[in-house]
Design a protein around this ligand. Structure first.
Ligand SMILES: Cc1cc2nc3c(=O)[nH]c(=O)nc-3n(C[C@H](O)[C@H](O)[C@H](O)COP(=O)(O)OP(=O)(O)OC[C@H]3O[C@@H](n4cnc5c(N)ncnc54)[C@H](O)[C@@H]3O)c2cc1C
Length: 299
């Protein structure tokens, strides 16, 4: 059994100040590097012996990675931007309130003050709370290496628990969120065992509303499969439908579709049966909140 409090392997620690310096380090031959940002996941894994890199390379002194900008309808968040700053920026934009809620729910203030948006994504935890809202918003990532850059849809980036599509010499440079048009409302909910816990299940929704017609409905659920899942069925049931009552049978049917589409397991945090039951109820809750939020712009 591993001691959970002491990092037993020796490692070097580098804090480059520029991207050029960072890529120089990552390109050194024979390197066994691991990126570290806030360290709130990677250090826990090193204490548990799950990762034993020879060198940690920090992103936190690189000013080029700490930014939030909105240009041409896209919010770009630099990889090393702290979660507290991300939550504050998203609170100001009604259509992405789900992202504000998801990010704000991560740990407590200490975590929000240390951890970064790229760290939450790259850990590739099925329970990561920023991921369901980001999926419903059609987020892409800009990956950079010493040789150039490429864009990847978030949906294609997270491959399984702890696994991503990132290359050995690549980093996530920015998280790119297309800001929804008018008439979009969103919402996020999470069930935990206790406060400041990892989710038993989390869910995000983004609805486009035109008067009382639901034009589109995007739903993502976390902690109920090896990766957070974008679920198409509610969109199929609700798109183009007149919503006379957000608690109607139609919404209930969409909730059942969500609970049937997830692939939950029994684990230390919950059971598959509980997750399926709660998925339907959470869907109905987030639908109602997002539907009301979408109204202001639409009618
Ligand atoms: C007490 C506690 C409570 C927590 N509660 C929650 C919670 O409620 N919800 C939740 O989702 N998470 C929770 N977490 C997990 C954790 O805080 C988050 O996942 C956090 O966002 C990780 O960010 P970080 O900057 O600390 O990442 P780090 O630990 O520094 O790195 C995490 C991973 O990302 C990689 N990485 C970092 N930056 C980059 C980059 N730019 N490019 C490529 N790879 C990169 C690292 O190599 C590493 O593999 C909790 C953790 C603790 C300790």
């Amino acid at each position: 059994m591993h001691n959970s409090r002491i990092i037993t392997n020796e490692f070097d620690f580098c804090q480059p100040a520029t991207l050029t310096e960072l890529f120089g380090l990552l390109n050194e031959p024979g390197g066994d590097d691991r990126l570290i940002a806030g360290g709130t996941d990677i250090l826990v894994m090193m204490k548990e012996g799950r990762h034993c890199p020879k060198r940690l390379v920090s992103t936190m002194k690189i000013d080029e990675l700490d930014f939030i900008e909105i240009k041409d309808g896209v919010m770009r968040i630099g990889a090393a931007t702290k979660l507290k700053k991300v939550a504050a920026a998203c609170r100001e934009i009604k259509s992405i309130l789900a992202l504000h809620e998801g990010v704000s729910s991560i740990g407590k203030l200490q975590i929000l003050n240390m951890a970064t948006i790229a760290g939450n994504i790259c850990t590739a935890s099925p329970a990561a709370d920023s991921v369901p809202p980001l999926l419903t918003l059609g987020t892409t990532l800009t990956l950079k290496s010493g040789d150039g850059e490429r864009q990847v849809a978030l949906e294609d980036f997270i491959l399984g628990p702890g696994k991503t599509a990132i290359g050995r010499d690549e980093i996530v440079y920015s998280v790119n969120i297309p800001l929804p048009a008018e008439g979009v409302g969103s919402s996020f909910r999470k069930m935990e065992r206790v406060g400041a816990d990892i989710a038993k299940i989390n869910i995000a929704i983004s609805i486009k509303r035109n008067g009382d017609v639901c034009e589109s409905c995007k739903v993502a659920v976390g902690s109920c499969a090896p990766t957070a899942l974008l679920i198409d069925e509610p969109g199929g049931i609700l798109s183009g439908q007149l919503i006379s009552d957000p608690e109607s049978d139609l919404i209930r049917r969409a909730g059942v579709a969500v609970s049937e589409a997830i692939r939950p397991i029994d684990d230390i945090r919950s059971t598959a049966e509980y997750r399926r039951k709660v998925a339907k109820v959470l869907f109905m809750d987030v639908f109602q909140v997002a539907w009301d939020r979408a109204k202001g712009d639409a009618s």
